[in-house]
Design a protein around this ligand. Structure first.
Ligand code: CA
Length: 231
């Protein structure tokens, strides 16, 4: 389960230690030394998870978490706070600010990775390798295979990621901007029309077994994958 993780930590040695451990576990790491730098990275591309230090120069970690939670685009990003050992008040305040979990410093790399995995499994199911089946359409992330009614479906890499994201979040409407953030990882330089092009290709690939009906266009909002559309 590889994820794009943004590490926000001002102490270079700890930032390095975090990055090395995360990269060793297969994650892709982005680094920021304060909330301002982190905000600029997030504006460019939405990470899968943010590892956020409590004590930062400038805006505090909790303050930054609160800012992220208030923004429609970033309010769902999983956040794990890093707090100093024994600062019970910090942990509570961190969770109140919207963090999903916290890890106390000095941290054990194994515990940190386990907590990241748990938060991602809960909050970002499209990153896991679990096969998903909806209405006879089956997607297996570990083998990169898709089957519909027992027949193999050939998909390009973008259509595969798009279908994976939609199947991991069924019955929910996703705007084009949200799909760009989660599937392309970029909502700044890719045009929203691009989403429509890949949705069209995806539907075409699913037409033979009529599973294209799973993907609904929600006028004025975006797209939704719904099993209800099959009946
Ligand atoms: Ca710090």
């Amino acid at each position: 389960m590889a994820a794009n993780i943004l590490v926000v930590e001002d102490e270079p040695a700890i930032q390095e230690l975090l990055a090395v451990n995360l990269e060793h576990a297969g994650h892709h790491v982005l680094r920021a030394k304060d909330a301002e730098q982190a905000a600029s990275l997030v504006r460019h591309a939405l990470p899968d998870l943010i590892l956020l230090d409590w004590m930062l120069p400038g805006q505090s970690g909790a303050g930054f978490a609160r800012t992220l939670r208030q923004d429609e685009r970033t309010k769902q990003v999983p956040i794990i706070m890093l707090t100093a050992r024994g600062q019970e008040q910090d942990k509570i305040a961190g969770l109140e600010a919207g963090a999903d979990d916290y890890v106390t410093k000095p941290f054990s790399p194994r515990e940190l990775l386990a907590r990241i995995k748990a938060v991602l499994r809960r909050r970002a199911p499209q990153l896991t390798d679990e096969p998903i089946e909806i209405g006879g359409l089956r997607l297996d992330p570990s083998t990169h295979r898709v089957g519909a009614g027992g027949m193999p479906v050939e998909l390009g890499p973008t259509e595969f990621r798009l279908l994976h994201f939609l199947m991991a979040h069924p019955e929910r409407v996703h705007s084009r901007a949200q799909l760009l953030d989660h599937v392309w990882g970029d909502h700044v330089f890719v045009e929203e029309r691009t989403v429509d092009v890949h949705i069209r290709r995806l539907r075409k690939a699913l037409e033979a077994t009529r599973h294209d009906r799973l993907i609904e266009t929600v006028r004025g909002s975006g797209y939704r994958l719904s099993a209800a559309a099959l009946v």
